[in-house]
Design a protein around this ligand. Structure first.
Ligand code: NAD
Length: 346
């Protein structure tokens, strides 16, 4: 008798049945139910909800739409008129794009969401440090996460609001979800800026530059020069050049905000990158913010480090073999985050 095993992954559940060829009629109802489940899993529409469609949220939504990342895109904002306007504007472009449904929604729409991106909050003012934003944004998150968690139990929460490592930690604590499903954009944007600046200096495509920014998305972040390379070749730069490149990376947001009031194009692409890694189950290595557990001795804090991101969220954290000086800086970054966490009594 031939034994055929079928397996389908529907969200996080796996269902396996053994269909014994000789017993077709006995197993027929079960087999039909199973086939229906497979069909349902293939026909389930991919939905992304963006909460907070200001500069970052609307640019992210538009980027996701242009790149055809989902079937359904829901926009939520305290300023409902803005969400309605954005949805209309994007819908008017659908004649030039692939098929997608875009609407200004409510928190009930989070129920079916694969990913809920939170970019709501108050933006950094010129000269304002990210940590000064903290108290204002925690209050906003308190109300948003309460609503999202009422409707969504098994999606992935992707946080971009600053200070992103603290907002991610706050959301994780509040949700009670496993930390792999609560992700901060972390130092992915900073790493992209770093790679761009190194590439620009050396006249090399940034996609061929391997270099990381880790730690806080903010003032205490650090460059991992000990592992920076181009196709395995050492990056030859003097100390002054290195310092300048890192400072320009770390302070990029301040310069852009000074120039035009907000940063949004590159962060939108970074969020799109994370969504793609999740939805396509890529297992891509991305420097997102995640909960550390004895990472070079650092625990119970969210920081940006290289992680393997797939359909489950953060599948695994990669232990970078950083040198002693880098370990010291990372620890300082973690300590700073812990102090802020205490400050908001979490
Ligand atoms: N993680 C990163 O790398 C990164 C990069 C750029 C900006 N940011 C952060 O993203 C956040 C948003 O920046 P922005 O420039 O889009 O700001 P913005 O002011 O343009 O947009 C914020 C939006 O949030 C909405 N909002 C406020 N309270 C809300 C609530 N309770 N419910 C729903 N919506 C609410 C506002 O109406 C507004 O539309 C800021 O915290 C900023 O610092 C993060």
């Amino acid at each position: 008798m031939t034994k055929i095993s079928l397996m389908v992954s529907h969200r996080y559940q796996c269902l396996t049945i053994n269909y014994l060829q000789g017993d077709y009629f006995k197993y027929e109802p079960l087999l039909l139910r199973f086939i229906k489940l497979i069909m349902a899993s293939f026909s389930k529409k991919t939905r992304i909800v963006v909460i907070g469609v200001g500069a970052v949220g609307s640019t992210t939504a538009y980027t996701l739409l242009l790149r055809e990342r989902m079937d359904e895109l829901v926009l939520i904002d305290a300023n409902k008129e803005k969400a309605i306007g954005d949805a209309l504007d994007m819908n008017h472009g659908l004649a030039f794009l692939g098929k997608a449904q875009v609407w200004a929604g409510d928190y009930e729409d989070c129920a079916e969401a694969d990913i809920v991106i939170i970019t709501a909050g108050v933006a950094q003012r010129p000269g304002e440090s990210r940590v000064d934003l903290l108290k204002r944004n925690v209050a906003i998150f308190e109300s948003i996460t309460t609503e999202v968690l009422k409707y969504n139990k098994d999606g992935i929460l992707l946080i971009a609001t600053n200070p992103v490592d603290i907002m991610s930690y706050f959301t994780w604590k509040k949700s009670g979800w496993p930390s792999h499903r609560v992700i901060g954009s972390g130092t992915l944007l900073d790493t992209a800026r770093f790679r761009y600046l190194i590439g620009d200096k050396l006249k090399i495509d940034p996609r061929s530059v391997h270099a990381h920014i880790i730690g806080e998305h903010g003032d205490s972040e650090l460059p991992v020069w000990s592992h920076a390379n181009i196709a395995g070749s050492e990056i030859v730069l003097n100390e002054n050049d290195r310092e300048e490149l890192f400072h320009n990376t770390r302070d990029a947001a301040y310069s852009i905000i000074q120039a035009k009031g907000a940063t949004y194009y590159a962060i939108a692409l970074a969020l799109d990158r994370i969504c793609t890694a999740i939805l396509k189950n890529e297992a891509a290595v991305l420097n997102v913010s995640t909960l550390l557990n004895n990472y070079h001795g650092i625990s119970d804090v969210y920081l940006g480090v290289p992680c393997i991101v797939d359909r489950s969220g953060v599948r695994e954290i990669l232990q970078l073999n950083i040198n002693e000086e880098e370990q010291e800086l990372l620890k300082k970054s973690g300590d700073k985050m812990k102090e802020l966490i205490r400050y908001i009594s979490l």
